[in-house]
Design a protein around this ligand. Sequence first.
Ligand code: PLP
Length: 564
Amino acid sequence: MTPTNMEHIKKLFIMPNSADKFHEFGNELLDLLHSFFTEKGGIHSSIQLGDLEKIFSNTEMPSKPQRLTEVLYEIKTKVIAHSVKVGNPYYIGHMTSAIPYFIILLEMIIAALNQNQVKIETAKASTFLEREFIAWMHRLIYQLPNKFYKKNIQSKDIALGNMVVDGTMANLTALLVARNKAFPETKDFGGVRFEGIHEAYKHYGYDRSVIFVSKRGHYSLDKVGRILGIGGNNVIKIPIDSNNKMDTKILEARCDEIEKANMAGGPRTKIIAIVGIAGTTETGNIDDLEEIGRIADKYGAHFHVDAAWGGSLLLVDKYRDMFKGIEKSDSVTIDAHKLLYAPPSLGMIYFRDGSDAKHLMHTSNYIIRKDSFDIGRFSVEGSRPFSSLKAWATIKIIGRNGFKLIFDHAFELTSSLKKIIVEHDNFEAMNEPELFIFNYRFIPKEVHEKIKVLRDRVSSAWANGECGKEVEKDAEELEKMNIVLNDLNIELHKSIREEDESFVSRTMFDIPKYFYQNCVILRAITINPLTTEGILNEIIEHQNELGMKIFKKHFARKFKKFKI
Ligand SMILES: Cc1ncc(COP(=O)(O)O)c(C=O)c1O
């Protein structure tokens, strides 16, 4: 039993006299983590969610101190044992994937130093390291002249960017700046920051304001609309083309309509920002950033790029072309917990014009004083960990050349998977991958043949402007078949989860080649450096076996009803 006295409590805060005690605990902890990574077996623990509920249903908070080793044991048996092995090479379902082992040690340094990045009084060297890292990333995106970076890398009066908690906060920060820039202070108006959105509309003569993004935009942007006070419905979704990219002609037409209405006297709308995506969460496609940038410039809107998923590819020069136009953006979101292989969560926001950050500027008398070096003057968040250490050290340890190998490998995996699926009789490719996200579905050959006939008939009839009863009937049959296929893929996905040998995620969205009907798809994210082509073959063959079993048992009869 551990004594409850102040001497004992104090000891918990003091580094042990000899390193031995610290090592003893540390070794035990490292052993635990090591066995989690090396243990064989399933990806998800087989425990039922109801049983986890029961394990963590103690309503009484502990009063008596417990021994560290006892708590460690509890963590081992109740938490580690039932965690998801997202680093397993057969786990190709989410952006959360393998991390390099050294990051675990970097996390220890971050915890041990306990720096609070909000102010220099609690974050000395770490403030300067963070600024250096931000300048590196800014340079990757914007490629401004050397003298710009020499001058600004440690300038305390601007912020080239911010480390933030996640991609959502990065998007929020960018669009908050955009909103504040759209309704700035004048001689007789204090700016939207201080007077609020209602007064801003009154002062500038607007009835509403909008943000444009494609319909593949991440849901964080809807949250942003709600938080900024412009209303979630005013984050307007522009239709996409056949490759999941924003249809920029429609974007320009929408902007044009707004401009004409504004000139005709109303209702008057302010376009606060246009968001390009690089790449989309569900399909990994990159918008035409150059064209979106041109349109944003034409209509005087802030141009933000949500590169939470793909932005780190800029580390490798040969992939830069995919992001053409990003250098014209006003701000860019990148998540380090995606393609910089950091653990969650670590978002980043960058501003081309470092002085844009003045639209976020806060000061206070006890910290973040006006003339201080405190980086907390420019952030929405207050206290923040020294997470930049992870990203800074990872780039040093892996190097841009190492990232090239990682991304080349990920590209190879994506094209291997696409080839496996395209050549397989019982699967169908559902997107044209650009960035390590491949969508497909299970569709037995006999069903695939029928559905292709229907799709071709509908497509050519519509292309020829036919819309008679026959076409309508075909379109209806196609829709019904897709609904049954959706059920089949949901059943297959459940079965993949139950077998627990591999993992891909499942989602549903409107598929261009099926005339934007909602289809259930399996989504593979092939970024784990330890995944191989052989593993992908095994995964798909296993899914084929499971799928055929389910098809024969529950679905073959349903599909027979479709007479094509
Ligand atoms: C394109 C895009 N933007 C924003 C986000 C939100 O990022 P986070 O989950 O870090 O808040 C995501 C997350 O997947 C994303 O893919």
